[in-house]
Design a protein around this ligand. Structure first.
Ligand code: M6R
Length: 615
């Protein structure tokens, strides 16, 4: 995820773009850049760091003249965050300047071709490839910028929201969208371009939201031409009147980042497997894994180190790896691992999981594992983060910035990556049947739709939250793959609502926690269709006979648990191996609503920080 802003009109473009970037910083904040054009010279400034760093650099190094400009705040995907990889990017001639939010999946092959044709690349980005492809087409086919953009976009695979201009056309910006958002603000004799309307809301309420595979040529003479990228057909612009305030817009209309991030899960899970999972062809391709596959296959065991929610994702992985790939797995709290003189050998593979990539305990565990000769693989969300650099190799989740302190989309995207790794290893080792392998690839592709369906039950969950918001304790129970989900559900509730909650394997209840059960104790039980269903039903009976209040997560259509439980939260049927990706959704929503009803600071709960960079 990145934020893009553009302006063409009568004002100085710089303050409009700078303020716009500040408002879009929630979309990415590892680097930022700006290009301004005054009709004769293009001024460009970019830097690793936040928009504030860019502002400082501009004040020291750049003239801020110009009524046309584009700016970008980056969430790195291709190439680590540094000055060179920051946007905007020039084409080789220096005539075209582009900003891009998205991923060009086939950039490597296009880059190779362009290099053969004499192009030079200065950054590691897919974006620089795109701008040079456009330049190449424009030159060789002798077409205008808009046409060249259209031809180029028909050659690329991936997602994009782009804005670019040509030094030879000081009155024009070209934009296009597929997958990533793009809004055009329409003022009087001026136009704005942005990832959402927040950069221009104080200037105009009129906006056009481009649809996928649409492009627009925006000319200063108050003219916008929208066309379909595929067939060049003209689209009549639909101008909406916005009725939003800035804060609402930054949160995409949601009241909190956490809620927004919960609802983003269908799309970010898709982003995480896009280009890596080719279900029809039976292929899983993970860049960071291909060169090290032998290390995994020959490993004596896999040790997973992580903290908090990432540790819970690791626990899910333990089930998946052992089930499918038949590799022994140990899951360790990074904070314990680093201090307990663990036995590690060169035959061990250590997987470090971290959303932020900055967690101090996980980083220390990685250092220890490396000192002892283990191969260390990272699964991080933040590109270029310390952990992603400290590991030998790894895979990024593509969850986009997670702002809410309570991890939600990081959890499901981590499990998505871990599932792909496990399936790939199982396939190579021959420990999974071809049928099971293919079924699971297809099922993984269906997860976004199933998550959407689980999200659609929000209203029912909100009603349950209202009934239990004043409880002082909660128990969460699950078995097998859903035991870690019970732990995660309890963690979500305690960290944002401050209600005490404990997660347990359902079978362990009788070894102690059962003493807590009375008519005041709400117990969330994950009781979906699975190998453990009958056993979980027995656990529910045990709770019921002690008058505990049962809130059950059940598979749609379930009749048995529906009869026994006091309240149910339904999720669509999902194979047990993939079910944590879906069963976790109602638990996230339940915590969110309870916290909200208790007037807690949902996005920034007390005493917590998004990245725990201290011991
Ligand atoms: O960035 P990391 O994944 O390394 O963070 C680990 C934990 O600090 C984190 O998951 C924490 O538990 C969250 N607040 C949970 O919602």
């Amino acid at each position: 995820m990145c934020g893009i802003v553009g302006y063409i009109g009568k004002r100085d473009a710089y303050p409009v773009i700078l303020n716009g970037l500040k408002r879009l910083e929630y979309r990415g904040y590892d680097s930022a850049g700006i290009a301004l054009y005054d009709g004769s010279t293009i001024q460009l400034c970019k830097t690793k760091g936040k928009v504030a760093d860019l502002e400082k650099k501009v004040s020291e190094e750049m003239a801020t003249k110009g009524n046309l400009g584009i700016g970008h705040t980056r969430w790195a995907t291709h190439g680590i965050p540094n000055d060179i990889n920051s946007h905007p990017h020039f084409s080789n001639s220096g005539d075209l300047v582009i900003i891009h939010n998205g991923i060009i999946e086939n950039y490597a092959s296009i880059k190779k071709e362009l290099i053969n044709r004499g192009y030079t690349f200065y950054s590691d980005t897919d974006t620089e490839v795109l701008v040079n492809l456009i330049e190449d087409i424009k030159k060789n086919e002798n077409v205008k910028l808009g046409k060249a953009v259209q031809i180029a976009l028909n050659q690329v695979v991936g997602a994009y929201a782009i804005a670019l201009f040509d030094k030879n056309k000081p009155d024009e910006i070209v934009v296009a969208k597929l997958g990533s958002p793009l809004a055009i603000g329409i003022g009087t004799d001026e136009f704005f371009v942005a990832s959402d309307a927040s950069p221009f809301i104080e200037f105009t309420n009129n906006a056009i939201y481009l649809e996928d595979e649409e492009m627009a040529i925006i000319r200063l003479v108050r003219e916008i031409k929208i066309r379909k990228v595929k067939d060049d057909s003209i689209v009549a612009p639909y101008i909406q009147e916005l009725q939003l305030n800035i804060e609402q817009i930054e949160k995409g209309g949601y009241d909190h980042f956490m809620l927004k991030e919960i609802y983003e899960q269908p799309s970010v899970i898709k982003d995480t497997y896009r280009g890596r999972l080719l279900a029809d062809k039976g292929i899983i391709r993970l860049g960071g894994l291909e060169d090290y596959i032998e290390k995994f296959i020959n490993a004596d065991r896999i040790i997973i180190v992580a903290c908090g929610t990432s540790w819970h994702a690791g626990l899910v992985a333990e089930y998946i790896f052992e089930d499918w790939a038949r590799i022994p797995v140990e899951v360790e709290y990074a904070s314990e691992f680093r201090y307990r003189n663990p036995v590690i050998t060169e035959k061990d593979v250590v997987i470090a999981i971290s959303q932020s990539g900055e967690t101090a305990d996980t980083l220390a565990a990685i250092k220890l594992a490396k000192e002892k000769g283990a191969f260390v693989y990272g699964i991080c969300n933040v590109v270029g983060s310390t952990i992603s650099r400290a590991t030998h190799s790894g895979t990024y989740t593509h969850a986009g910035p997670e702002i809410g302190v309570a991890s939600t989309k990081a959890f499901t995207t981590q499990i998505t990556v871990l599932t792909m790794i496990a399936l790939k290893l199982a396939k190579i080792k021959g420990t999974i049947s071809q049928t099971d392998y293919m079924v699971h690839l297809r099922e993984l592709e269906l997860i976004p739709t199933k998550v959407e369906s689980a999200l659609s039950k929000n209203d029912a969950i909100e009603k349950i939250a209202l009934l239990f918001k004043d409880a002082t304790n909660f128990l969460y129970l699950g078995r097998g793959y859903n035991f870690p989900v019970a732990l995660e559900g309890a963690l979500k509730l305690k960290e944002i609502s401050y209600i005490h909650a404990e997660g347990y394997p359902a079978a362990e209840m009788k070894h102690g926690p059962i003493a807590l059960i009375d008519e005041h104790m709400p117990i969330v039980v994950i009781a979906i269709n699975s190998n453990h269903y009958e056993k979980v039903v027995s656990n529910i009976q045990e709770i019921k006979s002690r008058k505990g209040k049962i809130i059950a997560v059940v598979t749609e259509g379930d009749t048995v648990v529906r009869e026994l439980a006091d309240y149910i939260m339904e999720v669509p049927y999902t194979p047990e191996t993939l079910s944590p990706l879906v069963t976790t959704i109602p638990l996230q929503l339940l915590s969110y609503h309870i916290a909200l009803m208790l007037n807690r600071n949902v996005d920034q709960p007390r005493n917590l920080a998004k990245a725990v960079t201290v011991e």
